[in-house]
Ligand binder design. Structure first.
Ligand code: NAP
Length: 323
């Protein structure tokens, strides 16, 4: 089979395509004919050796796929050969075949490109906003990086949960996309001060929940706009700087700073992850979610797909088509 290979730490442009041996599923594993692989912020980091997981060389990047089940190990009962599924893996997704322990059937109406970009971003935002932040109808949600992969899904799910959503992003085009997904108010943080605008939009109360996949200066400004008894969701550091949290402000605002690591549920509490994804797939089947895929790339341009994400050029999801 064909697979993208990382043979040394480096820029995504150093990735190569090679023919590699096929795979056999072990007891609890599912072998999938990959049709599409969603690109995530973690992918270029893993290729550069800057991600917490550092697989041995050569390895194939790619952590979420969609495709058809080819074979299952003895212990697998919830999917069968021929099923259309989305799946999560530690790495290995940018290949014609992958084996994994986590796969879920997808609705007939969901195409493989959409399915390949669904689990990580919607799963992260759903667990963050419901289980972690307990976002309630009528509350105000501030989403930073609101047109990015996770950000746009936070806007969409925030609206479904009945929140007033303030979307913040770096360009008018990105904000226009967030508005299409239901954002009530828009802040361009390239030219506007986040704290001043949020306070003006909320009668000086601030945002009840802040969803932050960006970190850096954007986090520093936004943290000062949290409401009394607010919740700040630490999702990621796309800006490249991990912010320091001023503990005195947390005290004064009675606020909670809440970490979210979606992937850790697969080891610590897979039932939560599975039931969240089932809810999201039901919402999709009912027409309540409209995943935004801004661009697809063929397998031999997987490196370019990663570079587009890392360079802030993408909106919503970027997906690599494999078959
Ligand atoms: N905690 C979890 O479980 C979890 C799950 C998935 C992803 N994440 C993390 O969340 C972050 C975003 O992931 P994503 O898939 O949404 O990525 P993405 O689609 O690239 O979105 C990231 C957004 O961050 C903003 N940004 C600001 N400075 C940036 C910079 N220097 N480089 C790139 N982007 C920058 C961009 O929006 P503007 O241009 O509007 O500023 C961009 O749209 C990453 O750190 C990722 O690792 C965490």
């Amino acid at each position: 089979m064909k697979a993208v290979l990382c043979t040394q730490w480096g820029d995504p442009s150093t990735l190569v395509i090679a023919d590699v041996p096929g795979l056999t599923p072990l007891n609890d594993e599912i072998k999938i004919a990959v049709h599409a692989c969603g690109i995530n912020f973690a992918d270029p980091l893993m290729v550069q050796g800057q991600y917490q997981l550092k697989p041995p060389f050569p390895f194939t990047p790619g952590i979420e796929v969609a495709g058809e089940v080819l074979a299952v190990g003895n212990g697998v009962e919830h999917v069968r050969p021929g099923d259309r599924v989305l799946a999560i893996c530690n790495y290995g997704g940018l290949a014609e075949e992958v084996v994994t322990t986590f796969a879920l059937p997808i609705p007939d109406t969901m195409d493989y490109v959409t399915a390949a970009g669904f689990a990580v971003v919607y799963g992260t935002s759903h667990i963050a906003l419901t289980r972690r932040a307990h976002l309630a109808a009528g509350e105000t949600l501030l989403v930073l990086g609101a047109a990015g992969g996770v950000g746009l899904t936070a806007v969409e799910i925030g609206k479904l949960l009945g929140a007033t959503v303030i979307a913040a992003a770096s360009t008018p085009e990105k904000l226009a996309l967030a508005a299409q997904y239901g954002a009530d108010h828009l802040i361009n943080y390239s030219v506007e001060n986040i704290k001043d605008r949020v306070r003006a939009l909320t009668d000086r109360r601030g945002a009840n929940v802040i969803y932050d996949p960006v970190g850096g200066d954007v986090f520093d400004e936004a943290f000062r706009a949290i409401a009394w008894e607010g919740r700040v969701l630490v999702i990621g550091f796309a800006s490249g700087r991990i912010p320091h949290i001023p503990a005195n402000l947390a005290l004064v605002k009675n606020c909670a700073v809440i970490g979210v690591f979606w992937g850790s549920y697969s080891m610590n509490n897979p039932l939560v992850l599975g039931s969240s994804l089932e809810t999201l797939l039901d919402w999709y089947a009912a027409g309540r979610l409209k995943p935004h895929i801004s661009r697809t790339y063929p397998l031999d341009q997987a490196g370019a797909a990663m570079t587009a994400l890392a360079n802030r050029q993408a909106t919503g999801k970027v997906v690599v088509t494999v078959r």
